[in-house]
Design a protein around this ligand. Sequence first.
Ligand code: HEC
Ligand code: HEC
Length: 238
Amino acid sequence: MKPIRLITAAALMPALLWTGAALAEGNAKSDLEQALKLKPDLENGMDIYEVCAGCHLLEGWGTADGNFPQIAGQIAGVIIKQMADIRAGNRDNPTMYPFTLDRAIGGGPQGLADVAAYISQLKMIPENGKGEWKPGTPEYKLGEKLYKENCAKCHGEKGEGNVEKLYPRLAGQHYKYMLRQFEWIKQGKRRNANKEMVEQIKNFSDKEMKAVINYTSWLPVPAKDKAPSMDYKNPDYD
Ligand code: HEC
Ligand code: HEC
């Protein structure tokens, strides 16, 4: 237990942006490979996480409006990959970019490994933002069919992701965030996207895109990974 030192992201931003260019981080692949091999230190991860909480919240739940993704419960390797991609410029995220630099994280690949491990064991939001088509509706069923045919082989039948291959966990993610990412991946705006996924989804109509993400947003998260209620607060910051 430790006192909260929540630095607001907005306050830190100018300083970080200013030093950002000078610290331009190298190569996403080598950061990733190194970080994946390191033994994480959760205490240090928690210290680093405070700066992330300015946007992703102390619980790591993000926001249902889709501006900030839930990161709690995400596969640690996926978090490391996304951070490494953002800092190397393979995935555009101007808001978050300065916070991916060594200045914010400290300790290079070790810091990445620590903060990712900390985030991945956080309890997930009990009620994520969902699409409008409830289970049982024709659109939900269309989405289910599309998901099973096109997505399950990588993201898993239950949206659990794939630890070895670094495919993101999708269950529990906010609908609006996923829809935006899906559109970006389809349009080629997210440059780190998996080429096979781009190929798989290139002929999706707008309706199919919404239906498949709708279904994904309703995939249940196992009870053990979820917080007990929406009033839950991250106990590490009591
Ligand atoms: C200033 C706000 C801000 C801060 C601070 C911030 N992030 Fe983010 N983060 C975002 C936004 C916005 C996105 C989604 C960007 C997009 O839509 O592509 C994001 C995306 C991510 C993703 C990708 C999630 C996914 O599902 O692909 C990860 C992982 C992540 N952040 C981790 C972190 C970590 C770790 C920290 C702290 C070291 C941090 N963020 C600090 C705003 C922030
Ligand atoms: C060949 C494997 C593969 C297939 C098939 C695939 N994906 Fe993905 N998907 C990925 C990978 C890998 C990423 C992460 C991109 C990266 O890190 O480069 C991703 C990212 C995503 C994201 C963004 C997640 C986030 O947290 O930012 C969404 C949403 C998504 N996929 C949905 C789908 C849906 C829906 C389908 C089926 C229509 C699908 N994917 C099919 C591999 C796949």
